[in-house]
Design a protein around this ligand. Structure first.
Ligand code: GDP
Length: 170
C-alpha cells in the first residue's frame, strides 16, 4: 500500500487551541490544562484513507509574538497549513488574516490552506459569525470548518480534507 508523507503546520494566535487540535487528532484526548507550546512541537500520525496510508508530519508552532519569526521554518516546506482562530475571539480572526497574507507573500506557492474556527462548543460566547469566516475562506479558496478539540468535532475531517487537496507527488 502506498504511503504518503504530508507535512502540515499549525498557525494562529496563542490560546486558540492549536495544540489541543493536534492532541485530539494524534491521541484522541483533550487536556484542559495543556501546557503552552514553546517554539514548536512535532508529532506524527499515520492514518489510512481509502487505499492509501497518509503519514502526517505535524508542526505545531507557538503563537507568541516572540516566536513568530520562527514560523517560516515550519511553513516553508509544508504541503498544508491549518490556520486556527477562536470563534469567541474576534482578534484571533484578524490574526488569521495576517497569517494568510504572510503565507501568500512568503509561503510555498501551492500550499493548501485550511481555516479552523475552533472552540465551536462555546456557542454562547461566539464573536465571529460562521458565515463571515466561511465567505472569507471561500474568497481565498481555503478549506473551512468550525472545530472543537474539546468535543472532537471536525478534527479528523480537517486532515481528511487536506489530504484530498494535496496532489500526489510523482
Ligand atoms: P494554542 O496556544 O493555540 O496551542 O492553544 P491550546 O491548545 O494550548 O489551548 C488553549 C486553551 O483553550 C486551553 O485551556 C484549552 O484547554 C482550551 N481549548 C482548546 N480547544 C478548545 C475547544 O475546542 N473548546 C474549548 N472550550 N476550549 C478549548
Amino acid at each position: 500500500m502506498a504511503l504518503r508523507e504530508l507535512k502540515v503546520c499549525l498557525l494562529g494566535d496563542t490560546g486558540v487551541g492549536k495544540s489541543s487540535i493536534v492532541c485530539r487528532f494524534v491521541e484522541d484526548s483533550f487536556d484542559p490544562n495543556i501546557n503552552p507550546t514553546i517554539g514548536a512541537s512535532f508529532m506524527t500520525k499515520t492514518v489510512q484513507y481509502q487505499n492509501e496510508m497518509h503519514k502526517f508530519l505535524i508542526w505545531d508552532t507557538a503563537g507568541q509574538e516572540r516566536f513568530r519569526a520562527l514560523a517560516p521554518m515550519y511553513y516553508r516546506g509544508s504541503a498544508a497549513a491549518i490556520i486556527v482562530y477562536d470563534i469567541t475571539k474576534e482578534d484571533s480572526f484578524q490574526t488569521l488574516k495576517n497569517w494568510v497574507k504572510e503565507l501568500r507573500q512568503h509561503g510555498p506557492p501551492n500550499i493548501v490552506v485550511a481555516i479552523a474556527g475552533n472552540k465551536c462548543d462555546l456557542l454562547d460566547s461566539r464573536e465571529v459569525p460562521e458565515k463571515d469566516a466561511k465567505d472569507y475562506a471561500d474568497s481565498i479558496h481555503a478549506i473551512f470548518v468550525e472545530t472543537s478539540a474539546k468535543n472532537a468535532i471536525n478534527i479528523n475531517e480537517v486532515f481528511v480534507e487536506i489530504s484530498k487537496r494535496i496532489p500526489v507527488a510523482d
